[in-house]
Design a protein around this ligand. Structure first.
Ligand SMILES: [Zn+2]
Length: 380
């Protein structure tokens, strides 16, 4: 399996200029490729393929002096990135959602480029990272790489430059614990388990939100195009980064605990959830970074040999986890404890988490039964 490892880079002044220049050329190329796809569709009702656009790399290098010194792989990765954006767009269209068309990238909206073959465009050279067209860049190796990287992505964040290496690693399967859990994600707590454990929103959360609002107000008062506005914009971006790192840290701790303790984890399918539940809730899920949560949970689970199942969240908070009846009145966010005629009296989030676990179990039983049938049919 593949895992990503991120390290901070310390480019010199001239290396920074080169990195910025590469990023800018990539951004323009990305926008040109996007325009080609859009215009071809408008004029000819035809989709431009990735293969077709990969041919543009050679043309660009021959015609554009800025692109001449950029490694072809970097430009090929731009083509691939755009293709991925389109694949995701088509996938959401097929699922009946209402996705936004891939967007043109403004100056501050394009933040990384990639290389895909070790020794061809990038290489670790002593303590430094040698990058084609940039030179030997200083790296802070806060932990060793597990193996020779397959690929690297150079990323610009509001507080500096980073290298994200993709390495192949052996999965570290954890011993089974015989325990299962359902997770309800919420507003009052970050997450609640079917065992009754609550993960609180960290204390810094409110303070961070307050400071963010203050910085945003200050930004909106600055004159457009001015130097102070750029400074204020950077301050907002840095604070966003700070808050999102704190949040990821809190979520990583939850994920670590879940993976250590449970063999089987059922969570709500948050794609469906956004449609089912109210907007205020979906916004707070966005705030809390649940996209990140899910992605990390799945990758950590795969690594540890744990099972994660997603379930449809409809009615998980509206039904009794003991007898299955729907509660007579709608359970909104102000109701903290649910009561049922069968005698159940329980915290609303714990009740929902138990329902999620039950749905997860039956979903898993169905999919593994289907897999069994498929194996039989194949004579395995
Ligand atoms: Zn009941």
């Amino acid at each position: 399996m593949y895992k990503n490892y991120m390290y901070r880079l310390y480019p010199s002044r001239s290396q920074k200029k080169r990195l910025e220049a590469i990023l800018e050329t990539c951004r323009r190329f990305y926008n040109d490729l996007l325009a080609e796809r859009r215009d071809t569709w408008t004029n000819e009702r035809r989709s431009v393929s990735k293969i077709e656009q990969l041919r543009r790399v050679k043309e660009l290098k021959a015609s554009n002096p800025y692109a001449k010194d950029i490694h072809s792989h970097v430009l090929q990765v731009v083509v691939t990135d755009l293709d991925k954006a389109f694949q995701a767009f088509f996938r959401r269209v097929r699922r009946g959602e209402n996705p936004g068309y891939p967007r043109f990238k403004g100056k501050n909206r394009f933040s990384s480029f990639g290389l895909k073959e070790y020794g061809n465009g990038f290489k670790i050279d002593g303590r430094r990272l040698r990058l084609h067209g940039v030179g030997r860049v200083a790296v802070r190796w806060h932990r060793p790489l597990p193996s020779t990287p397959k690929a690297v992505r150079i990323i610009r964040k509001s507080d500096g430059w980073y290298a994200m290496f993709t390495c192949e690693v052996e999965p570290q399967v954890l011993p089974p614990t015989g325990r299962e859990v359902g997770i309800d994600v919420g507003v009052a707590s970050l997450a609640t388990t079917s065992d009754g454990e609550k993960f609180a929103n960290p204390k810094w959360y409110r303070a961070g939100q307050k400071k963010l609002r203050r910085l945003q107000r200050s930004l909106s008062r600055k004159q457009v195009g001015g130097k102070n506005r750029e400074k204020a914009r950077q301050a907002v971006a840095r604070h966003h980064l700070h808050v999102s790192r704190q949040r990821q840290d809190a979520l990583n701790k939850i994920i670590h605990k879940l993976i250590q303790e449970y063999d089987f984890i059922a969570v709500e399918d948050l794609n469906i959830r956004g449609m089912v539940k109210n907007r205020r809730l979906s916004k707070s899920i966005m705030d809390a970074g649940w996209g990140y949560f899910k992605e990390r949970l799945f990758s950590k689970a795969a690594e540890a040999g744990r099972i994660v199942v997603e379930v449809n969240p409809a009615n998980t908070s509206q039904a009794c986890s003991s007898c299955g009846q729907l509660f007579p009145e709608k359970i909104n966010l102000s109701v903290r404890t649910v009561r049922c005629s069968c005698g159940l009296e329980l915290d609303r989030d714990v009740n929902a988490a138990i329902n999620i676990l039950r749905l997860g179990r039956s979903r898993w039983a169905l999919t593994s039964a289907a897999a069994g049938v498929a194996q039989e049919a194949a004579g395995l």
